[in-house]
Design a protein around this ligand. Structure first.
Ligand code: IVH
Length: 698
């Protein structure tokens, strides 16, 4: 069994506990060592981490805390003393001339201050507020790499490995455009080793994932893992194709370089040598300024096109760095000030299905609440059956949850090593959880639907959506009131909102005269909303606010939209064929027509913003336009016909009233018109028709 399979809270055995320590604490320390070693290997050697960094950090901190309280439990090989993982067999080993160290972490302001105090003490400054001189950088979330240049030429690139021995990845690194093969300038140092982070820019990561999805393949979890995986390809051409990038942040071995006094100068020098150095660096004096730098980037981390997971603070002056020295694992002169995690693991309690207003059945994860990305997450959409299958998340799994800033929380995938035996794959239920009606997945569709229009869940979400801000914006008509009104039989669907029996509302719990008056006023006011809001509120599939605006701006009345053909609707700028089909189908349905009559009777505004004062002289007529006209574009001609109540189809039939013929007309339309004896008009004749609704005298 892999250590990851073990539950985190209990230890396997308490054997061998040294005197003084509680047996169960000793067992827990042993278990933590195992777990950390296991996850180290997954992360550093196999490039397949199973848990987010934050969970790993928590394990290390727990072990550190035990070792601090019980020094007798600290072993020689404790992972709290080691850096990274063992080198893999795929790439040749490289011994680092200077060890590649890791960084200690500060997880909050208190830990940052404590570090600053240690620094001040170590430098004999006495006071943490004394100006130490720090260089603040971003903590890039990628893969550490060392680049060795000799006489200006890149000769070796290596991973960090365990800090002493890394792997030779020179061939792969040569394909990274951001890393120069030759240093800039005519007198490069004899040797310079540049350390930095190879990373995958977020837009590149998203493009890679879009390609994965298009090919029906699972998404990559995050840019860091993808960068690590891309770097470890046996074929350098694959690495080169991935679009990796690099930020330099530290000097290693230097022979024949300039005399440098500070780390900031070292960064400037790397920049002069032609290496990419992150511009978001700042030299500051006090720890308050360090915290301000970190706070700024915590807020703006998603403005960058690469991922960061904190700030790195380094004592700037090199003599001071030397004075402070290092522990076995990390320098004392630097600290990683980590942001709160955006990924955590938690238990997937179950997968439930919600039914939307169009009947769409959406599976969602019910999670053990977890604080991640600045808020507590307990639910996350899983989108559809295919997504659940691709991610292979199963009820009972430990799953990785990501919430980046304001972005909607997402379940990235399971921690397979922690899966209990016998956990079943999840399947979309056959029946709607709200009404028991069959769930149907149409051919070629990713989504499954409840096709029962009377489904209570659909009714509820339809009414909520109608009354919501994007729709008719009826304040006070939220989820709980809609639910109550439905339960009480006061409304059954959208059309009932305008004929609520208020005498029956008065005795309901939570309703006083004031709240009734307010709700009635809000409903009354909603009658004047622009047509676009009503169209959105009706919840027509695919029709969003932009499409609704385009429709309302092109038609004078909802009746005109209902009378228009699918082609007419599709001809409107901002309305594609999918929306046009959906709108036409919806407005042709008996339910929609009945609803519109009820809204009309209630006095709801049904008028669009297209000029409606034009007389409908072409009502019932059908006019086909072919060829180029002098005074109208094709769209304008069609619009002029429609505004007057006419139709402007794309082909000639028995029903065509007239064909307007411009320059270079379509031959088939002409011959069809001739064959059927449909009158043909020139542009003057068209103008006459638009004005009078009558054909000019022959
Ligand atoms: S300095 C001896 N600076 O974070 C100091 N590291 O958790 C060496 N990292 O191993 C590291 N951004 O892979 C440094 N601006 C930065 C960094 C940075 C990201 C990584 C690096 C390091 C790890 C420690």
């Amino acid at each position: 069994m892999a250590p990851g399979d073990q539950p985190l809270s209990t230890g396997p055995s308490a054997a061998g506990a040294p005197d003084g320590a509680d047996l169960s604490i000793a067992a827990r320390a042993a278990e933590l060592r195992d777990l950390i070693a296991y996850h180290n290997e997954r992360y550093h050697t196999l490039d397949a981490p199973e848990i987010p960094d934050a969970d790993y950090d928590a394990l290390v901190r727990e072990l550190q805390a035990i070792e601090e309280r019980h020094p007798e439990l600290r072993t020689e090989d404790s992972p709290t003393r080691a850096v990274g993982g063992a080198p893999s067999a795929t790439f040749a080993p490289v011994e680092h001339e200077l060890p590649m160290m890791s960084l200690d972490n500060a997880f909050d302001r208190g830990e940052l201050d404590a570090w600053a105090e240690r620094v001040a003490k170590g430098l004999d400054l006495g006071d943490a507020a004394a100006p130490v001189g720090y260089l603040c950088e971003l903590k890039i979330d990628g893969v550490a790499c060392s680049l060795r240049y000799e006489e200006g030429q890149l000769v070796l690139a290596a991973t960090r490995g365990n800090g002493r021995v890394g792997e030779d990845i020179t061939a792969n690194v040569r394909g990274i455009a951001a890393i120069p093969d030759r240093l800039r300038g005519s007198s490069p140092p004899r040797v310079v080793e540049i350390r930095g982070e190879i990373y995958l820019p977020v837009p590149t990561f998203e493009a890679l994932n879009a390609a994965q999805e298009a090919a029906g393949l699972p998404r990559y979890a995050n840019p860091r893992n993808t960068a690590a995986g891309s770097l470890r390809q046996k074929d350098p051409a694959i690495t080169a194709s991935r679009g990796l990038a690099f930020w330099s942040y530290q000097l290693g071995v230097v022979e024949g370089g300039p005399g440098l006094e500070g780390h900031g100068e070292a960064l400037d020098w790397m920049d002069e040598l032609g290496l990419p150095v992150n511009p978001e660096r700042r030299r500051v004096s006090t720890v308050d300024e360090v915290a301000a730098f970190a706070d700024h980037w915590l807020e703006h981390r998603h403005d960058l096109d690469y991922e960061i997971d904190g700030a790195v603070v380094k004592v700037d002056r090199l003599v001071r760095q030397r004075a402070l020295g290092s522990t076995a694992k990390a320098p004392r002169w630097a600290i990683a000030y980590k942001f709160p995690p955006e990924e955590r693991t938690t238990k997937l309690r179950e997968i439930q299905v919600s039914i939307g207003r169009t009947g769409k059945a959406t599976p969602f994860a019910v999670l053990e609440p977890v604080f991640v990305g600045g808020s507590t997450v307990q639910m996350a959409t899983l989108h559809n059956q295919d997504q659940v299958e691709l991610k292979d998340v199963r009820p009972g799994d430990t799953v990785i949850v990501r919430k980046a800033g304001d972005v909607i929380p997402e379940v990235l995938g399971p921690v397979v090593a922690e899966r209990r035996k016998g956990l079943r794959r999840w399947k979309m239920p056959d029946a709607c959880p709200a009404c028991g009606h069959e769930l149907v997945r149409p051919d070629g569709e990713a989504h499954t639907f409840c096709v029962n229009p009377a489904c209570p869940a659909q009714r509820q979400t339809r009414i909520e959506h109608f009354a919501s801000r994007v729709g008719m914006d009826i304040e006070g008509m939220g989820e709980s009131r809609v639910q109550l009104f439905l339960q009480e039989g006061l409304i059954a669907d959208v059309g009932d909102i305008y004929s609520i029996d208020w005498d029956r509302v008065a005795p309901l719990e939570g309703f006083g005269q004031v709240s009734i008056d307010n709700l009635r006023a809000a409903i009354e006011e909603s009658k004047t909303r622009p047509l676009a809001r009503l169209l959105v509120g009706l919840g027509i599939r695919h029709l969003g606010p932009a499409g609704a605006e385009a429709l309302a701006g092109s038609f004078a009345h909802i009746d005109d939209i209902a009378a228009a053909t699918e082609e007419d609707i599709a001809a409107i700028d901002g309305v594609g064929p999918t929306i046009a089909r959906s709108v036409a189908q919806y407005l042709a349905s008996d339910d929609a027509r009945a609803l519109i009559e009820r809204l009309r009777a209630a006095g709801v505004n049904l008028e669009g913003s297209a000029p409606s004062d034009v007389p409908k002289v072409l009502a019932g007529l059908s006019v086909v336009v072919t060829g180029t006209l002098d005074n109208f574009s094709r769209d304008e001609a069609a619009e002029a016909i429609k505004v007057r109540g006419g139709k402007s189809p794309g082909s000639v039939s028995k029903k065509t009233t007239a064909v307007v013929v411009g320059a270079e007309p379509g031959a088939s339309k002409l011959s069809k018109a001739e064959e059927l004896g449909v009158p043909m008009l020139d542009e003057d004749g068209f103008a006459h028709l638009l004005e009078t609704g009558e054909l000019p005298d022959a």
